[in-house]
Write a protein that binds this ligand. Structure first.
Ligand code: HEM
Length: 711
């Protein structure tokens, strides 16, 4: 009932406001009117698609992170029910997204939708219209989520499903209103964070209310965990919505124009809605959250119901906003660079321009600051408990965060989108320097020590999720050297010499994806090699050194190949920028090749040095523990070894362990089993589900000394 009402309100408001304001953003391009069905139908169906999207995301969020699974690792009743309900909202999402494909084609052509319902026409046009393509991708993602919600039964897969659903809002936000015109980089990044925050907040609230109103046998335990957790998430989402909403609005409209245009009026209405929703959230915190967590959800249901109605209305407003033409700010047409990059560049990338030409990257810049803050809070928590944490690790981590911030938000970021050489410098920092510094910070070990354990009876929380992630088969596969090495060196060649990079250059979203790829592939490569945190698979130091040396020639050859390449990669794009200080893009590309060749070797050298230091320290540690054991057992090992040597010298029969009489094969003698060294059990560790349900883990045990100090 609540779900149906929410969708209806969003659809009516989006369609109604568009009808009243007569908004037709494409009319300003001189396109004919596609008719009422498209003009009103498109925002109405879009509002339905976005409302179904947030409801589906909410259901998968609840199953994965708000209610505890069974100890067996299977979803409990509330989680299972949330996914089944989400499978229906995902069907709505799929259908609405699919309907938006012909609607956006009709809108772009200025033709009635009935004219474009021709398969050959759609197959020809959809790939060329970014809005239609993005709704096509959204429909595909939604369809995968439908199947997932109907089939997933375990906690581990519910997390994967949540991850897939989280991709759902991206195609639309990366290609909507915000993706064109001046400052489209800031507008797109802020809209991505904005819509993700709205989806988790609105969807999460509805999922919690459905849980509270339901009759599931585990409803009370579910509420006891879900309500406080969601309340914390809601505050983060509210804040993110406010900041990203204001940033996105200011990119489009100066404050002075707020009171004189439909666009401005809708912004004001949304702002008012967010303030009222904030007040309702505060009221929840004062009264209904504790009551609901104790099994009395009445107040939560009443206030939450009203909140959902207002949220649905705000989504309707948001869609109408996206359909409204932004007011003319009198600033004139954006320059060619502004249209392509989203901003202007006022001269060559001098050291001063790179150092002081900052343009904060809302996604990676925010991530760098959040990562630094979380790490410092973790260290402070250990300090408050009287536990030490090596300062070297803190320095490495904060240096990694600073390098990430500088590579994406200082002048390197903006110039990196316009010049190949600066892009290559950014690439090297993101794929090598940042990951090396971050893995030397030991974030997993710090988190395992700082986060409160769920204990034998408590619902699994962030600490258990982290352990499950590190233990997961996916982590084991992705940290295997036969995977990390080809990924690390192969993606260079694949990206630049296959035409992918050239195709990606004009798309802001593709730069976001490229940067993410550099960071992830670099972290997966360096974590098992020099990472402080125990990786799912630990190679002996010599093998790790081998993996590093194996990457060096590929890396060096990549630089040489770029320097000797005779055609400009992405030539059309770089020539369209027409930067006066890059008269010949091929020279700039060769400079990029030189940078890749030179700068690439430095971090690898750093890794070799760190690896040798770790190796010698490890030797020292095992020597120290051997000495300690020798002190305890009177050096039984050496004695046994010498005895074996003397027996060999005198030709008498060798000795065997005394664990099982029957096993003693002829010619062997029995010895005590405890004298033999136990290998680490990273083969037979518990499953992610098991860990999430509170069973122990070898990674935790493997680093027991480090982690146990907290108990
Ligand atoms: C301070 C309050 C807010 C401001 C200033 C704000 C501003 C904006 C702006 C400027 C856009 C982009 C519109 C365009 O494409 O031109 C947007 C989109 C959006 N906003 Fe907000 N917003 C606010 C609060 C909210 C709230 C509370 C919600 C949900 C509960 C919300 C949900 C959305 C959604 C779903 C979109 C994407 C619409 C679409 O592209 O279809 N916003 N918002």
């Amino acid at each position: 009932m609540l779900i149906g009402l929410g969708v209806l309100i969003a659809v009516l408001i989006a369609g109604g406001i568009t009808a009243m304001s007569g908004a037709r953003p494409l009319a300003s391009l001189g396109l004919p009117d596609p008719g009422t069905l498209t003009t009103i139908g498109l925002p109405a169906v879009r509002a339905a698609a976005e409302t179904f999207m947030v409801l589906t995301l909410g259901g998968t969020l609840l199953a994965a992170f708000l209610v505890p699974p069974q100890r067996s690792g299977y979803l409990d009743v509330s989680g299972y029910r949330a996914l089944r309900i989400a499978s229906w909202t995902a069907v709505g999402w799929t259908v609405a997204a699919a309907l938006l494909i012909p609607l956006t084609v009709a809108d772009a052509l200025g033709r009635p939708v009935s004219d474009v319902l021709d398969l050959r026409l759609l197959v020809d046009l959809v790939p060329r219209l970014s809005a239609s393509t993005s709704w096509g991708f959204t429909a595909l993602i939604a369809l995968v989520v439908v199947v997932g919600c109907r089939t997933v039964l375990t906690w581990g897969w519910s997390v994967v499903l949540f991850g897939v659903a989280l991709l759902g809002p991206l195609p639309v936000t990366l290609t909507g209103h915000s993706a064109s015109g001046g400052s489209h980089d800031i507008a797109t990044n802020s809209l991505v964070l904005h819509v993700l925050a709205a989806s988790l907040w609105v969807g999460g609230l509805v999922a919690v209310l459905v849980l509270a109103a339901g009759r599931a046998p585990d409803r009370l335990t579910g509420l006891a965990t879900a309500v406080p957790r969601f309340s914390r998430l809601a505050l983060v989402c509210w804040t993110a919505l406010a900041v990203t909403g204001v940033v996105n609005a200011l990119v489009r409209i100066p404050i002075a124009a707020l009171f004189g245009s439909t666009y401005g009026l809708l912004i004001l209405l949304k702002t008012a809605a967010l303030i009222v929703l904030g007040a309702m959230g505060a009221a929840h915190r004062r009264s209904s959250v504790d009551a609901a967590a104790q099994g009395r959800p009445g107040a939560l249901l009443r206030l939450g119901g009203a909140e959902v109605v207002l949220m649905a209305a705000t989504i309707g407003l948001a869609v109408a906003l996206g359909r409204s033409a932004t007011p003319d700010t009198g600033e004139g047409a954006p320059s060619r660079l502004e249209v392509v990059l989203g901003y202007d560049l006022f001269g060559p990338p001098t050291p001063a321009a790179l150092a002081f030409g900052w343009r904060f990257d809302l996604i990676f810049g925010t991530a760098a600051l959040a990562m630094a803050l979380c790490y410092v809070l973790g260290v402070l928590r250990l300090r408050r408990r009287g536990d030490a944490w090596p300062v070297g690790r803190t320095i490495a981590w904060l240096a990694g965060c600073a390098a990430l911030l500088i590579a994406t938000s200082s002048g390197i970021g903006p110039y990196g989108h316009a010049m190949f050489s600066v892009h290559m410098a950014e690439h090297m920092i993101l794929s090598m320097l940042v990951p090396i510094l971050l893995v030397l910070g030991g974030p997993v070990t710090l988190a395992l020590r700082a986060l409160p354990p769920a204990g034998r009876t408590g619902p699994p929380g962030p600490r258990e999720w982290l352990l499950a992630g590190v233990h997961s088969p996916v982590a084991r596969l992705l940290t295997h050297p036969l995977v990390t090495l080809p990924l690390f060196v192969g993606s260079y060649y694949l990206l630049y010499f296959s035409g992918l990079f050239a195709a990606a250059l004009p798309e802001h979203w593709a730069h976001v994806v490229m940067n993410l790829h550099f960071l992830l592939v670099g972290s997966l490569f360096f974590w098992p090699i020099v990472g402080i945190d125990p990786a799912p698979r630990r190679l002996p130091p010599a093998a790790r050194l081998g993996v590093v040396f194996a990457s060096v020639p590929f890396h060096a050859f990549f630089g040489v190949a770029l320097m000797s390449y005779n055609s400009v990669i992405g030539g059309e794009y770089y020539r369209s920028l027409g930067l006066p200080w890059v008269p010949n893009p091929l020279d700039d590309q060769r400079l990029g090749g030189g940078l890749a060749w030179a700068s690439g070797e430095i971090p690898l050298l750093l890794v070799v040095v760190v690896l040798l230091i770790q190796w010698s320290r490890q030797d020292e540690r095992s020597a120290r523990s051997a000495d300690r054991r020798a002190e305890v057992d009177g050096d039984a090992e050496l004695k046994a070894y010498n005895a074996m040597l003397s027996r060999l010298a005198t030709g008498t029969a060798p000795l065997v362990a005394q664990s099982d009489e029957s096993e003693c094969s002829p010619g062997h003698t029995k010895v005590d089993a405890n004298d033999v060294e136990e290998p680490s059990d990273d083969q037979g560790g518990p499953t992610p589900e098991g860990i999430a349900a509170g069973q122990g883990s070898s990674i935790e045990d493997g680093n027991a000394a480090e982690v146990d100090r907290r108990r």
